[in-house]
Ligand binder design. Sequence first.
Ligand code: SIN
Length: 288
Amino acid sequence: MAPKIEVIPSGDALGAEIRGLNLSQAMDAETFARVETAFNEHSVICFRDQDLTPEQHIAHATRYGEPQLLFLNHYAMEDHPEILYVSNIQREGRDIGYADAGIVWHTDMSFERTPPRATILHAREIPITEDGVVLGDTLFASATKAYESLSDAMKNRLNGLRVTHDAAGRRRKSKTGLAADNAQHATHELVVHPLVRRHPHTGRRALYVSSGECETIEGMADEEAIALIDELAATIVKDEFIHRHKWQVGDVLMWDNCAVQHLAIHDYALPLRRMMWRITVGYTEVYE
Ligand code: SIN
């Protein structure tokens, strides 16, 4: 018999918790269909209190699409190259993981021709102060609701525009990141995507642009392009479109890169440790 699951919306513009599942066990087709429907509807879903092995994490993630090859593959888990460590933990003075992931608003790997449909994080260690304050939250913004909030005149103006995504952009602008990682990003080719993308499963349209990674719009003067990019980026992150995730150890949280942007809050430092196992799945065309 299929397990009884509950989908509890966050009450924000996006986000829901799914209760009643133990992700270490394979989901039957009916349960998976319900989870996928909830994912498409809420864009960010969280399963609390999980304790997955790397193999179980990969098996669950692979239900939503093929694991993507990692760009910063020197932060991959030994023996499990699908999993990237997102972490501030160091070994022999060096970061073992991608320590500055998510420092500006973005969607994952938008600088790829076929970026990942979803990103899935399994929280293994969370920074908590001596007073019990949980740090290292992640913010999510609905680029879908932001698009839907635009005037018809603005929607018409955006129709058919194509924007350049630069892997090195946010690092150049924020002046952060390890020199070696920045150099690797700088070698990545520029990719052009529609500025408004149609969701491959729901058909809803979303803004696909960020100030961190985008600087030019095809056929538009630079000054005008930057002004438009910044205006749209500011619209996406309006309070009304935001959901804030407060982490617990054991969370498996996944987000829809076709519909949301996210920002990791770096308000913690060693000796407070944060360790996430991240998998990105599903090579996805960016449809107009
Ligand atoms: C990311 O941007 O992939 C990391 C998000 C986080 O660490 O909260």
